[in-house]
Design a protein around this ligand. Structure first.
Ligand code: AHG
Ligand code: MN
Ligand code: MN
Length: 338
């Protein structure tokens, strides 16, 4: 009999991954180890984000901190920890990072069977204002043979081929949201345990919301479909209430809110950015995957985001994602403007 209200049978991210692995007969444990390395990178970044203000003070009078190390910007530090954790896992064949122009190669003898793309620190313009930021990652199985060495083609797979994707949000608490093919689960970092605990099992996005999220400052560049849709959300003519606007400017935070509360997030193509702003491999694919697996929808305006077959690792696309009814509404407007 329990004497306290404290739960001693908590579910950690590692416990869930090991459990999932045990359900698959031929599982090698590689995927569990790969995700363990990502988990470690996210914990490291979370701890550095919380100390960023202090670390900056340490480096205030020059470029060195109290121990004589170079003070690195958080996005560079985050990139390094992702690369080091993934490379040393021995489970990755090749990687792509927002912070590196070229694919990040791994010595052939250390190459594993997975391919990972990541945005180590998303929303970095928000760091100095203490506003939520995040990390985003996407995982595929490599296509090339293990003996030959991975190539860029391993990274240029479509979004339908993803085997997992997720993000970590460094906000008032640290949340890791992950989908390994089935349900979307949300974990919260318990800093005293250093463990991600399952707090949001099987997240389902509401079918419709009442929040829209877009950089309204770009409205002069919007195409007619976006203008018409946003006008309808602000000045509804069908007797419904206007939508609220929320825009943080960190995709991770804006999509996370959309996932939990419903509504729509848009970073569409426009006259200034005809190919969109956000990157396919490490921003749009993983977020579209999570949103779809939670029962929502993610489109570019022309097709579903996950159907894109990227031609380069830093390719961009428009993205409109969120509640299925909200996204379908603008999708239908796009069709009338074709
Ligand atoms: P990053 O910090 O990785 O470069 O990404 C910033 C992105 C994304 O997080 C956000 O949705 C978008 O840029 C905000 O862009 P605007 O400032 O143009 O609204
Ligand atoms: Mn980003
Ligand atoms: Mn970034």
């Amino acid at each position: 009999m329990s004497h306290t209200a404290i739960n001693t049978n908590f579910v950690t991210l590692t416990r869930n991954l090991v459990f999932e692995q045990q359900q698959v007969k031929e599982a090698s444990g590689d995927f569990t180890l790969l995700l363990s390395s990502i988990q470690t990178a996210c914990k490291f970044i979370s701890s550095k984000v919380k100390k960023a203000g202090i670390a900056k003070l340490y480096g205030h009078h020059g470029t060195e901190n109290s121990s004589g190390d170079q003070v690195k910007k958080l996005d560079i530090l985050s990139n390094e920890v992702f690369v080091n954790c993934l490379r040393s896992s021995g489970k990755v064949a090749i990687m792509a990072s927002e912070e590196e122009d070229k694919p990040i190669e791994v010595e052939i003898k250390n190459q594993g069977k997975y391919v990972v793309s990541f945005d180590p620190l998303d929303g970095s313009s928000n760091i100095d204002a203490n506003v939520s930021i995040g990390s985003i990652f996407a995982i595929w199985r490599r296509q090339t043979e293990e003996e030959t060495g991975a190539t860029i083609e391993d990274l240029l797979q479509d979004g339908r081929s993803l085997v997992a994707a997720g993000y970590c949000l460094y906000g008032s608490s640290t949340h890791l949201v992950l989908c390994t093919g089935h349900q979307v689960n949300g974990y919260t970092l318990d800093p005293s345990l250093g463990e991600f605990l399952l707090t949001h099992p099987d997240i389902k996005i509401p079918k419709r919301g009442n929040i829209y999220s877009i950089n309204e400052g770009n409205s002069t560049y919007w195409d007619e479909s976006v203008k018409e849709y946003i006008q309808a959300k602000k000045f509804p003519t069908d007797g419904t209430s206007p939508y609220s606007l929320r825009y943080i400017g960190s995709m991770v935070a804006d999509v996370h809110r959309t996932l939990l509360y419903g509504g729509i997030f848009l970073y569409p193509t426009d006259k200034r950015s005809p190919k969109g702003k956000l990157r396919v491999l490490y921003e749009c694919f993983p977020m579209a995957y999570i949103v779809e697996k939670a029962g929502g929808k993610a489109i570019t305006g022309e097709c579903n985001v996950l159907d894109i077959k990227p031609k380069s690792i830093h390719e961009r696309c428009g993205i409109i994602c969120g509640s299925v009814e909200d996204v379908t509404e603008i999708e239908n407007i796009y069709k009338t403007h074709k």
